[in-house]
Design a protein around this ligand. Structure first.
Ligand code: DX5
Ligand code: ZN
Length: 216
């Protein structure tokens, strides 16, 4: 079953609670929380206090994507704020193995994200210890960008590694996924789909989630 994980980066921030609640009502699987620090990526979004304030509004899995430098510094804050899964960027952490183990020590699922320009081969040794690999299909920092086609090949490479190590893995794709390309990314091997603008466009969350599912 493919997990649909709407990114609340594209939600109506003035009505964030309403939008988060509606994701559950309208059949999303996870809530994707994009945290940006204005350093690792050129944009600032929100941090653990905002996440904590919406946690009680939903029983969905809170899937936290940390686009921040040296993310190990903030893991505990996001665990306390109610994260079920935490994904950190390979490029942002000098001690990625330590950070993965640190996340798992809280009984929270751990993921590693790769920017489009970062090769999948770099994380081969980490695969047996991971719960998720996130393939960025845009350069992170903003919602509403265009999907980068060569990332499909990277999704396939992650799937091959999962098979090689006989590891059950969430393979997540994030950036520019919409009704026109969701089938292709699932065929490549993605089983968790992040969608921001494609879910929240025109405020038609229910219809947009339905269209995405039907397009798989
Ligand atoms: C990119 C974020 C994504 C993004 C997805 O920096 O990590 O989650 O907001 O948004 P769309 O689906 O609009 O590309
Ligand atoms: Zn994300």
């Amino acid at each position: 079953m493919v997990k649909i994980a709407p990114s609340i980066l594209s939600a109506d921030f003035a009505n964030l609670g309403r939008d988060v609640k509606s994701l559950e009502t309208y059949g999303a699987d996870w809530v994707h929380i994009d945290v940006m620090d204005g350093s690792f990526v050129p944009n600032i979004s929100f941090g653990a206090p905002i996440m904590k304030s919406i946690r009680e509004l939903s029983t969905l899995v809170f899937d936290v994507h940390l686009m921040i430098e040296e993310p190990g510094r903030y893991i505990e804050d996001f665990v306390k704020a109610g994260a079920d899964m935490i994904t950190v960027h390979y490029e942002a952490d000098r001690h990625i193995d330590r950070t993965i183990n640190y996340i798992k020590s809280f009984n929270v699922k751990a993921g590693v994200a790769l920017n489009p320009g970062t090769p999948v081969s770099l994380i081969e040794d980490l695969i047996p210890n991971l719960d998720m690999v996130l393939i960025m299909s845009v350069n992170p920092g903003f919602g509403g960008q265009k999907y980068i086609p060569y990332c499909g090949n990277k999704i396939k490479q992650v799937k091959e590694l999962a098979e090689k190590y006989n590891k059950e893995l969430y393979i997540q794709v994030d950036g520019g996924v919409c009704a026109d390309n969701i089938k292709e990314v699932v065929q490549c091997g993605a089983n968790s789909i992040v969608a921001g603008s494609a879910v929240f466009k025109n405020g038609e969350i229910e219809k947009n989630i339905k269209v995405l599912r039907e397009s798989i």
